[in-house]
Design a protein around this ligand. Structure first.
Ligand code: ZN
Length: 43
């Protein structure tokens, strides 16, 4: 089983059915939201 992990907070976001055990990095909804807020503040 593969695991999707948040690259910002290391939280497990989701699992994917894979023959190999793999770790995929993504951004969870929480961190994605914070990122959006940060970008908005910079602008
Ligand atoms: Zn996160």
């Amino acid at each position: 089983m593969g695991t999707i992990v948040c690259q910002s907070c290391d939280a497990t976001i989701d699992h994917v059915e894979e023959e190999k055990v793999t770790v995929l990095y993504a951004t969870c909804d929480h961190c994605q939201h914070e990122k959006d807020q940060t970008v908005s503040e910079i602008r």
